[in-house]
Design a protein around this ligand. Structure first.
Ligand code: GLA
Length: 688
């Protein structure tokens, strides 16, 4: 297994503080708690019900700025003192949030420059939330001031065991302060305007700049925007948001606060390059809202969870927010059954979470989230929802033995934000190929086989993996390309998806037959990427077996083999006879090249072959008389084996050895049955 960048022994102090917290309290369990929405007499009931449910930590204060600072410079901490004391007396720890995600209305009224501006120049106003411009100096000062005072006051409060900076950093701003900050960012990146002109290829369309002062964010323009300008603005935006986070984090630390500090990520969220944030949080935390109506949701959430584990270098992470039942923000919102909600939480634990938390504790009775579920619904504690919450609390207490343990994977999947941004810029061969969708399609195929996957950054050392998949890495910088070559040399099967290695760091197209840097590795090369007709194309197979249709569609490369074995080629159309999938012996391993967007069945066949060649497989349920494919997700975390059945029929899994189910204390051997919509968490019994 590749060494994790943070092996347990050498975790930084903040991460160790998180480990100490979970060692003491077990898996963290709770939710966002917004007592400011409720009269005081509900607070006591909240604590009692939290205790009943097994809640041990709640996030407080995320949207409390206007309550803490009702007028400029005022401080109203009394109510928060009371809440924290009450929670502490009840044995509930607190993840205390800086209230900085939503400034009070007075800030925007007095200082309109603190408000964000959209690409059309429209200034957004208060009345919702998140109305701040990340680059605004006045906003930053105000956020710092309230954060310092909050941290000074509560750094030693015994309830406070974690800090939560802001909320879901993701604001976009195209205003004048953003323009100023963007120019500073560009000047630091490029040094001279000549270097910027080169990187942005401004010889095109008379875009040459004489001075940094002429540069604007990519606001509304008559026609297509310079793609490198746009790419750099995305990089700048992620960095500016990160700077906001860092400033607040450091302000908390500077007061002497010793608790772990985090901010909640949003899975594969487009506007923040979390690889560049990951080392700055003491524990990775994430918000996940699978849509119960979407059959792909369990797989796509598993991808987000593996990404979170990857961001933390394999360390435990926290599921900071999820819904216990329905959300209110989709057009049509299906609730989760308590059984589904339970499996969603157990899935996160299986994939490395040491904290399971919800938005929110008590369902709001008013405001824009009045129809968003809460752990304690409008109907109160005498509900199936609340009974489900209590059951989850009890389950998680039983899972204490998995705390701190890790998931091991022999398969790596590459995922990178800059490449995603550059690939998804407008004006490309097809808008039907999008990075996230391709990554998810490839991941789902591995997920259905229960293959453990590490999601890794471009350029990471891949030499310990047996299988490396690159679903769609449009930009592969030289270190990332070199890591792929090294992985194959060390014996890995490296599978490179379509339209990868096309552009450089600035999004400029590499010159030569593609994939320019990887031609030697893949033993094949192409001269042009072209959209395929809507009907797609049939594919002839040589050396692959496909259960279903062998097709390709959307985009294909005019490819030739330069020595690689051709496993599939176009059966008809303009590209008839040309290779679609090739395999090339490389070092001790092989490089597979996929020169088109493959249909689901063909993609599945290619990955199955590559897995077989790598000697990698996942735990699969026994064939079942009742269901053609039993829906069991199997994940090994440390010594525990999680088996989650999202199917309507019982499933069985062969588990050689003797096991005890942590959820029930039942012992089992060899063949274990998982009831419909139920889970097993088996711990191997070692005989001494
Ligand atoms: C986000 C926010 C929460 C809440 C939920 C609703 O995750 O962080 O404050 O609005 O969405 O799903």
């Amino acid at each position: 297994m590749p060494d994790s960048p943070r092996t347990p022994g050498e975790r930084p102090a903040g991460a160790r503080a998180f480990d100490a917290l979970t060692a003491e309290r077990g898996i963290l369990f709770g939710g966002d708690y917004n007592p400011e929405q409720w009269p005081r007499d509900t607070w006591r009931e909240d604590v009692e019900l939290m205790q009943r449910a097994g809640v041990n930590v709640v996030t407080v204060g995320v949207f409390s700025w206007a309550m803490l600072e009702p007028t400029p410079g005022a401080r109203e901490f009394g109510w928060l003192d009371e809440v924290l004391d009450l929670l502490h007396a009840g044995g509930i720890s607190v993840d205390l949030a800086t209230p900085t995600a939503s400034p009070p209305p007075w800030l925007g009224v007095r200082h309109p420059e603190t408000l964000p501006v959209d690409p059309d120049g429209v200034r957004l106003v208060a009345g919702s939330r998140n109305q701040f411009a990340p680059a605004s100096r006045v906003y930053r000062e105000a956020a710092l001031a309230i954060t310092r005072d909050l941290a000074e006051r509560y750094r030693d409060h015994p309830a406070v065991r974690m800090w939560h900076v802001g909320n879901e950093f993701g604001q976009l701003d195209y205003g004048d302060e953003a323009a100023r900050a963007f120019r500073d960012w560009l000047s630091a990146r490029y040094g001279t305007i000549e270097a910027l002109n080169e990187a942005w290829a401004t010889a095109f369309w008379s875009q040459r700049y004489a001075d940094f002062d002429e540069i604007l964010p990519p606001r509304r323009a008559p026609y297509l925007i310079n793609p490198t300008q746009s790419l750099d603005f995305r990089r700048y935006t992620s960095d500016e948001l990160r700077a906001c986070y860092l400033e607040l984090r450091d302000a908390i630390r500077d007061t002497g606060a010793h608790q772990p500090i985090t901010t909640n990520f949003m899975g594969p969220f487009h506007h923040a390059d979390y690889w560049s944030w990951a080392d700055e949080v003491d524990v990775i935390s994430d918000d996940q809202y699978p849509d119960p109506a979407d059959p792909d949701a369990p797989a796509d959430i598993a991808f987000a969870q593996d990404l979170m584990r990857g961001l933390g270098g394999g360390a435990p992470w926290v599921l900071m927010e999820q819904a216990i039942s329905a959300v209110q923000w989709r057009g049509h919102n299906l609730p989760k059954t308590p059984a589904r909600a339970r499996l969603d939480s157990l899935q996160a634990v299986a994939r490395g979470a040491d904290g399971i938390s919800f938005f929110q504790w008590r369902q709001s009775r008013a405001g824009a989230e009045r129809f968003h579920s809460g752990m304690l619904p409008h109907a109160g504690a005498d509900t199936e929802v609340f009974a489900g919450v209590c059951r989850q609390g009890a389950d998680l207490q039983r899972l204490r033995p998995v705390v701190g343990s890790r998931v091991a994977a022999r398969t790596a999947l590459l995922f990178d934000w800059s490449s995603w941004w550059a690939a998804d810029e407008p004006a490309r061969p097809t808008t039907r190929l999008t990075t996230l969708e391709q990554v998810q399609r490839w991941y789902r195929s591995l997920w259905r086989r229960n293959v453990p996957v590490d999601v890794v950054a471009h350029g990471a050392d891949l030499t310990g993996y047996d299988l490396v998949v690159v679903p769609h890495s449009y930009v592969l910088e030289p270190p990332a390309a070199a890591a792929l070559i090294a992985a194959a040399e060390h014996g890995a099967q490296v599978v490179i998806g379509p339209f990868s290695g096309v552009a450089d760091v600035n999004g400029h197209i590499l010159q030569g037959r593609s994939p320019v840097q990887l031609r030697g590795l893949v033993g094949a090369s192409g001269e042009e990427w072209a959209g395929l007709p809507d009907a797609g194309a049939a594919v002839d197979l040589a050396g692959l077996t496909v259960a279903g249709a062998a097709t390709a569609g959307i985009l294909a490369e005019k490819l030739r083999s330069d020595g690689a074995e051709v496993l599939a080629s176009f059966a008809d159309g303009d590209l008839a006879g040309r290779p679609v999938v090739t395999r090339n012996a490389a070092g001790a391993g092989s490089a597979w090249y996929v020169g088109a967007v493959l249909g689901d069945d063909l993609l599945d066949a290619v990955l199955a072959e590559a897995l077989a060649a790598a000697g990698v497989d996942g735990i699969r349920p026994e064939p079942s008389a009742e269901a053609a494919t039993a829906a069991v997700e199997a994940v090994r975390r440390g010594d525990a084996l999680f088996l989650l059945n999202r199917g309507d029929t019982p499933a069985q899994v062969r588990v050689p050895g003797e096991w005890v189910d942590l959820l029930t204390d039942e012992t089992t051997d060899n063949l274990v049955t998982i009831a419909p919509w139920d889970a097993r968490v088996l711990m191997e019994r070692h005989h001494s």
